[in-house]
Design a protein around this ligand. Structure first.
Ligand SMILES: [Zn+2]
Length: 329
């Protein structure tokens, strides 16, 4: 079940640059279905299923935006910097947890001009002195929004880390269902996407795929006065990307995804994202170029502690990946 897999992956701590734990959980999940499971130098998890056809790389990033401890002040407040695109405006008052289990709450300096910026934030971990704070959280330790899942209606879930554990769950589920001996399937669970698609870049070079598809969340245009204006809606199906800031998707990949969705009655929608990018941005520029596309999972409140997805969109994305993997490309 996609929901069970998603909940399992959401619970694992895995800030950008610290993906070992989540990689181990996914590796355990997929080992029974894989011909090989390996981890590369940067920490990308590469899971293969041999096949006679083309080599198809699927990529979903394991990392989750977070905070890194830069120092602690004399009153025991841990000072922070962002790892990836933290939105300061939705951070204050949020609960965070460091990788070693220490819990904290994000606060902001109060006597400042205008809205708080990153340098105004701190984590209150219940310490009273610098020494006490640094005994519990070392400089360089990373925190993420504390995992907590809310069920919104029948199909929707809100949680931190949907970006991109939702994509990881879709890829894991699809990999389990992909038949042996069609194309060569290489599922890559990448590291450090949130700081510039770093893991995908080295993984794509090593894998050297014929085609690539990334799985990630995307924004939606379906909330009140949504900005940016875009057609993607929660619950309207898997989003087939046309373009974002990192990639113009290869027409061959994009059109194949559309025709498969039509033929198999898989709910889908077209996506043009005017902000952000994903792993295909790095993959398609590898070596002599890799024809690349993206299947996105619509998500509200991206990069907040309540990233919200619709499980039906994830199910549609699983079906679309399985269909693509089985095609004669
Ligand atoms: Zn993402």
């Amino acid at each position: 079940m996609i929901k069970d897999t998603l909940l399992k992956l959401l619970a694992v701590h895995g800030a950008t640059g610290h993906e070992e734990k989540i990689a181990a959980v996914i590796a355990d999940l997929l080992r029974p279905y894989a011909d090989s499971v390996e981890t590369d130098v940067l920490g990308n998890l590469i899971v293969r299923k041999h096949g006679a056809g083309k080599r198809v790389m699927f990529a979903a990033h394991m990392d989750h935006i977070g905070f890194i401890a830069t120092d602690a002040d004399e009153h025991g407040f841990v000072r922070l910097y962002n790892v990836g695109g933290i939105d300061v405006s939705v951070s204050v008052g949020q609960r965070v947890v460091f990788e070693n289990g220490v819990e904290g709450v994000i606060g902001a300096e109060e006597d400042i001009e205008g809205a708080p910026k990153m340098q105004n934030l701190y984590a209150d971990i219940g310490a009273s002195t610098r020494e006490e704070a640094l005994a519990r959280v070392a400089i360089g330790d990373v925190a993420v929004y504390a995992p907590a899942v809310s069920q919104l209606g029948e199909w929707r879930l809100a949680s931190p880390a949907m970006d991109d554990r939702a994509g990881c769950a879709v890829l894991a589920e699809a990999f389990m269902q992909m038949a042996q001996a069609n194309n060569e399937i290489v599922a890559v669970f990448t590291v450090q996407e949130e700081v510039g698609l770093r893991g995908a870049r080295t993984a794509a070079y090593a894998v050297d795929p014929d085609f690539a598809i990334a799985l990630d969340v995307t924004l939606t245009g379906d909330v009140p006065e949504a900005k940016p204006k875009m057609a993607v809606k929660l619950g309207a199906g898997a989003a087939i990307k046309v373009m974002d800031r990192s990639v113009i998707c290869a027409p061959a990949v994009r059109d194949r995804l559309v025709s498969l969705a039509k033929a198999q009655n898989i709910p889908y929608q077209m996506e043009v994202l005017t902000a952000g990018g994903t792993d295909s941005g790095a993959i398609h520029q590898t070596r002599g170029g890799v024809p690349s596309g993206v299947v996105s999972i619509p998500c509200r409140y991206v990069h907040s502690a309540a990233e919200t997805i619709d499980l039906r969109d994830m199910e549609a994305a699983v079906r679309l990946l399985v269909a693509y993997a089985g095609e004669a490309l």
